[in-house]
Design a protein around this ligand. Sequence first.
Ligand code: BGC
Length: 253
Amino acid sequence: MQIFGVDIGGTGIKGAPVDLERGDLAQERHKVPTPHPATPDGVAGCVVEVVRHFGWDGPLGVTFPGVVTGGVTRTAANMDPSWIDVDTASLLSRALDGQPVTVLNDADAAGVAEMTYGAGRGRDGTVILLTLGTGIGSALFTGGRLVPNSELGHLELKGHDAEKRASFKAKEDGDLTWERWAHRLGKYMAHVEMLFSPDLFILGGGVSRKPEKFLPLIEGVRAEIVPAKLQNNAGIVGAGMAAKASSSKGGGA
Ligand code: BGC
Protein backbone atom coordinates (compact mmCIF):
# COMPACT_ATOMS: atom_id res chain seq x y z
CA MET A 1 0.00 0.00 0.00
CA GLN A 2 1.11 3.56 -0.75
CA ILE A 3 0.50 6.71 1.25
CA PHE A 4 2.16 10.15 1.28
CA GLY A 5 4.60 11.77 3.71
CA VAL A 6 5.97 15.31 4.01
CA ASP A 7 8.80 16.43 6.29
CA ILE A 8 8.83 20.15 7.22
CA GLY A 9 12.32 21.29 8.20
CA GLY A 10 14.11 24.59 8.74
CA THR A 11 15.87 24.39 5.36
CA GLY A 12 13.63 22.25 3.17
CA ILE A 13 10.16 20.79 2.80
CA LYS A 14 10.47 17.27 1.39
CA GLY A 15 7.88 14.72 0.44
CA ALA A 16 7.21 11.54 -1.49
CA PRO A 17 4.76 8.69 -1.76
CA VAL A 18 5.70 6.03 0.79
CA ASP A 19 5.71 2.28 0.24
CA LEU A 20 4.52 0.86 3.56
CA GLU A 21 5.48 -2.72 2.70
CA ARG A 22 9.13 -1.81 2.25
CA GLY A 23 9.24 1.14 4.65
CA ASP A 24 10.85 3.28 2.00
CA LEU A 25 10.02 6.00 -0.51
CA ALA A 26 8.08 4.74 -3.50
CA GLN A 27 9.53 7.50 -5.71
CA GLU A 28 12.40 9.92 -5.45
CA ARG A 29 11.45 12.68 -3.03
CA HIS A 30 10.73 16.25 -4.10
CA LYS A 31 12.19 19.09 -2.04
CA VAL A 32 11.44 22.81 -1.99
CA PRO A 33 13.38 25.33 0.10
CA THR A 34 11.67 26.51 3.29
CA PRO A 35 10.53 30.13 2.81
CA HIS A 36 11.83 32.85 5.11
CA PRO A 37 10.16 33.79 7.33
CA ALA A 38 8.83 30.22 7.64
CA THR A 39 5.26 31.26 8.46
CA PRO A 40 2.33 28.79 8.43
CA ASP A 41 0.84 30.21 5.19
CA GLY A 42 4.19 30.28 3.38
CA VAL A 43 5.02 26.73 4.42
CA ALA A 44 1.49 25.52 3.56
CA GLY A 45 2.06 26.77 0.00
CA CYS A 46 5.26 24.67 -0.18
CA VAL A 47 3.48 21.58 1.17
CA VAL A 48 0.85 22.00 -1.56
CA GLU A 49 3.63 22.29 -4.17
CA VAL A 50 5.28 19.06 -2.97
CA VAL A 51 1.98 17.13 -2.87
CA ARG A 52 0.85 18.43 -6.29
CA HIS A 53 4.24 17.56 -7.80
CA PHE A 54 3.21 13.90 -7.47
CA GLY A 55 -0.48 14.51 -8.22
CA TRP A 56 -1.27 12.92 -4.83
CA ASP A 57 -4.91 13.36 -3.81
CA GLY A 58 -5.31 11.02 -0.82
CA PRO A 59 -4.47 11.29 2.90
CA LEU A 60 -1.02 12.45 3.95
CA GLY A 61 1.14 12.78 7.03
CA VAL A 62 3.24 15.85 7.76
CA THR A 63 6.05 16.23 10.29
CA PHE A 64 6.76 19.46 12.16
CA PRO A 65 9.84 20.37 14.25
CA GLY A 66 7.90 21.17 17.44
CA VAL A 67 5.30 19.81 19.85
CA VAL A 68 2.10 18.73 18.08
CA THR A 69 -1.07 17.75 19.94
CA GLY A 70 -4.31 16.91 18.14
CA GLY A 71 -3.01 18.47 14.90
CA VAL A 72 -2.16 21.78 16.65
CA THR A 73 1.48 22.94 16.63
CA ARG A 74 2.36 24.06 20.17
CA THR A 75 6.03 25.08 20.08
CA ALA A 76 8.42 26.30 17.39
CA ALA A 77 11.94 26.47 18.85
CA ASN A 78 13.63 26.67 15.43
CA MET A 79 10.68 27.90 13.35
CA ASP A 80 8.73 31.14 13.14
CA PRO A 81 6.87 31.78 16.45
CA SER A 82 3.64 32.35 14.49
CA TRP A 83 3.21 28.52 14.40
CA ILE A 84 2.39 28.39 18.10
CA ASP A 85 -1.21 27.23 18.68
CA VAL A 86 -2.04 26.99 14.96
CA ASP A 87 -4.38 24.16 13.93
CA THR A 88 -1.85 23.05 11.35
CA ALA A 89 -3.70 19.88 10.34
CA SER A 90 -6.78 21.94 9.38
CA LEU A 91 -4.70 24.69 7.75
CA LEU A 92 -2.91 22.18 5.50
CA SER A 93 -6.06 20.23 4.77
CA ARG A 94 -7.81 23.44 3.66
CA ALA A 95 -4.85 24.38 1.48
CA LEU A 96 -5.11 20.91 -0.12
CA ASP A 97 -8.85 21.17 -0.90
CA GLY A 98 -9.86 18.87 1.95
CA GLN A 99 -7.29 16.06 1.70
CA PRO A 100 -7.01 14.56 5.23
CA VAL A 101 -3.76 15.63 6.93
CA THR A 102 -2.16 14.12 10.04
CA VAL A 103 0.54 16.22 11.71
CA LEU A 104 3.14 14.90 14.14
CA ASN A 105 6.49 15.83 15.64
CA ASP A 106 9.45 15.21 13.28
CA ALA A 107 11.49 13.09 15.70
CA ASP A 108 8.42 11.04 16.65
CA ALA A 109 7.88 10.34 12.94
CA ALA A 110 11.51 9.31 12.47
CA GLY A 111 11.25 7.17 15.61
CA VAL A 112 8.19 5.20 14.52
CA ALA A 113 9.81 4.53 11.15
CA GLU A 114 13.07 3.33 12.79
CA MET A 115 11.15 1.12 15.24
CA THR A 116 9.24 -0.57 12.42
CA TYR A 117 11.75 -0.75 9.57
CA GLY A 118 15.12 0.30 10.92
CA ALA A 119 17.50 0.14 13.87
CA GLY A 120 14.77 -0.33 16.50
CA ARG A 121 12.98 -3.18 14.78
CA GLY A 122 12.03 -5.93 17.26
CA ARG A 123 13.36 -3.93 20.24
CA ASP A 124 11.01 -4.17 23.16
CA GLY A 125 12.46 -2.33 26.15
CA THR A 126 12.89 1.43 26.50
CA VAL A 127 14.32 2.90 23.30
CA ILE A 128 15.20 6.56 22.70
CA LEU A 129 15.86 7.95 19.25
CA LEU A 130 17.70 11.27 19.18
CA THR A 131 17.92 13.30 15.97
CA LEU A 132 21.05 15.44 15.88
CA GLY A 133 20.52 18.31 13.45
CA THR A 134 19.68 22.01 13.85
CA GLY A 135 18.08 21.03 17.16
CA ILE A 136 17.89 17.75 19.03
CA GLY A 137 14.66 15.83 18.54
CA SER A 138 13.67 12.82 20.60
CA ALA A 139 11.29 9.88 20.34
CA LEU A 140 10.71 7.77 23.45
CA PHE A 141 9.39 4.19 23.20
CA THR A 142 8.59 1.57 25.72
CA GLY A 143 7.44 -1.88 24.62
CA GLY A 144 7.35 -0.48 21.07
CA ARG A 145 4.83 2.24 22.01
CA LEU A 146 5.62 5.90 21.48
CA VAL A 147 5.27 8.51 24.22
CA PRO A 148 4.74 11.53 21.89
CA ASN A 149 6.40 14.94 22.20
CA SER A 150 9.13 13.93 24.66
CA GLU A 151 11.24 17.02 23.67
CA LEU A 152 14.40 15.77 25.38
CA GLY A 153 16.49 18.19 23.32
CA HIS A 154 15.39 20.95 25.67
CA LEU A 155 16.72 19.38 28.86
CA GLU A 156 19.11 21.67 30.67
CA LEU A 157 22.81 20.96 30.21
CA LYS A 158 25.31 23.10 32.13
CA GLY A 159 22.72 25.87 32.41
CA HIS A 160 21.90 25.82 28.68
CA ASP A 161 19.20 24.35 26.51
CA ALA A 162 20.85 20.99 25.67
CA GLU A 163 20.32 21.30 21.90
CA LYS A 164 22.25 24.57 21.90
CA ARG A 165 25.31 22.66 23.16
CA ALA A 166 25.01 19.16 21.74
CA SER A 167 23.16 19.36 18.40
CA PHE A 168 25.10 18.95 15.16
CA LYS A 169 24.54 22.67 14.52
CA ALA A 170 26.29 23.39 17.84
CA LYS A 171 29.27 21.39 16.57
CA GLU A 172 29.35 23.38 13.34
CA ASP A 173 28.66 26.81 14.88
CA GLY A 174 31.28 26.28 17.57
CA ASP A 175 33.73 24.64 15.16
CA LEU A 176 34.03 21.76 17.64
CA THR A 177 36.27 18.78 16.92
CA TRP A 178 34.55 15.37 16.80
CA GLU A 179 36.15 14.61 20.19
CA ARG A 180 34.80 17.75 21.83
CA TRP A 181 31.36 17.30 20.38
CA ALA A 182 31.25 13.58 21.32
CA HIS A 183 32.23 14.60 24.87
CA ARG A 184 29.25 16.98 25.08
CA LEU A 185 26.97 14.42 23.49
CA GLY A 186 28.09 11.83 26.04
CA LYS A 187 27.32 14.20 28.92
CA TYR A 188 23.91 14.94 27.44
CA MET A 189 23.09 11.29 26.80
CA ALA A 190 24.23 10.32 30.31
CA HIS A 191 21.71 12.86 31.63
CA VAL A 192 18.95 11.35 29.49
CA GLU A 193 20.04 7.90 30.66
CA MET A 194 19.81 8.96 34.30
CA LEU A 195 16.15 9.94 33.71
CA PHE A 196 14.93 7.02 31.57
CA SER A 197 17.46 4.14 31.74
CA PRO A 198 16.93 3.19 28.08
CA ASP A 199 18.18 -0.14 26.74
CA LEU A 200 18.99 1.41 23.39
CA PHE A 201 19.79 4.83 21.94
CA ILE A 202 19.33 5.30 18.19
CA LEU A 203 21.15 8.34 16.81
CA GLY A 204 19.61 9.92 13.72
CA GLY A 205 19.93 13.09 11.64
CA GLY A 206 22.31 13.66 8.75
CA VAL A 207 25.38 13.04 10.91
CA SER A 208 24.28 9.45 11.55
CA ARG A 209 25.63 8.70 8.07
CA LYS A 210 29.14 9.05 9.54
CA PRO A 211 28.82 7.11 12.81
CA GLU A 212 32.48 6.08 12.78
CA LYS A 213 33.47 9.73 13.31
CA PHE A 214 31.82 10.15 16.71
CA LEU A 215 29.99 7.09 17.99
CA PRO A 216 33.13 5.33 19.32
CA LEU A 217 34.10 8.58 21.09
CA ILE A 218 30.94 8.80 23.22
CA GLU A 219 31.74 7.96 26.84
CA GLY A 220 29.80 7.53 30.08
CA VAL A 221 26.69 5.91 28.58
CA ARG A 222 25.78 2.36 29.61
CA ALA A 223 23.03 1.71 27.04
CA GLU A 224 23.74 0.34 23.58
CA ILE A 225 24.11 3.12 20.96
CA VAL A 226 23.45 2.52 17.27
CA PRO A 227 23.09 4.81 14.24
CA ALA A 228 19.67 5.18 12.58
CA LYS A 229 19.21 3.12 9.43
CA LEU A 230 16.62 5.09 7.48
CA GLN A 231 18.49 8.37 7.88
CA ASN A 232 17.17 11.15 5.67
CA ASN A 233 13.90 9.47 4.76
CA ALA A 234 12.79 8.36 8.23
CA GLY A 235 10.62 11.47 8.74
CA ILE A 236 8.76 11.04 5.44
CA VAL A 237 8.22 7.32 6.05
CA GLY A 238 7.00 7.97 9.62
CA ALA A 239 4.66 10.70 8.36
CA GLY A 240 3.19 8.21 5.89
CA MET A 241 2.75 5.65 8.68
CA ALA A 242 0.91 8.21 10.82
CA ALA A 243 -1.41 9.10 7.92
CA LYS A 244 -2.19 5.41 7.41
CA ALA A 245 -2.89 4.95 11.14
CA SER A 246 -5.32 7.92 11.19
CA SER A 247 -7.06 6.96 7.97
CA SER A 248 -7.70 3.46 9.40
CA LYS A 249 -9.30 5.26 12.36
CA GLY A 250 -11.31 7.38 9.91
CA GLY A 251 -9.72 10.84 9.63
CA GLY A 252 -6.69 13.14 9.95
CA ALA A 253 -5.54 15.12 13.02
C1 BGC B 1 12.07 20.88 18.73
C2 BGC B 1 11.60 19.46 18.58
C3 BGC B 1 12.14 18.87 17.29
C4 BGC B 1 13.65 19.02 17.24
C5 BGC B 1 14.24 18.50 15.95
C6 BGC B 1 13.58 20.92 18.66
O1 BGC B 1 14.03 22.23 18.78
O2 BGC B 1 11.64 21.42 19.96
O3 BGC B 1 10.19 19.42 18.57
O4 BGC B 1 11.79 17.51 17.23
O5 BGC B 1 14.02 20.37 17.41
O6 BGC B 1 13.73 19.18 14.84
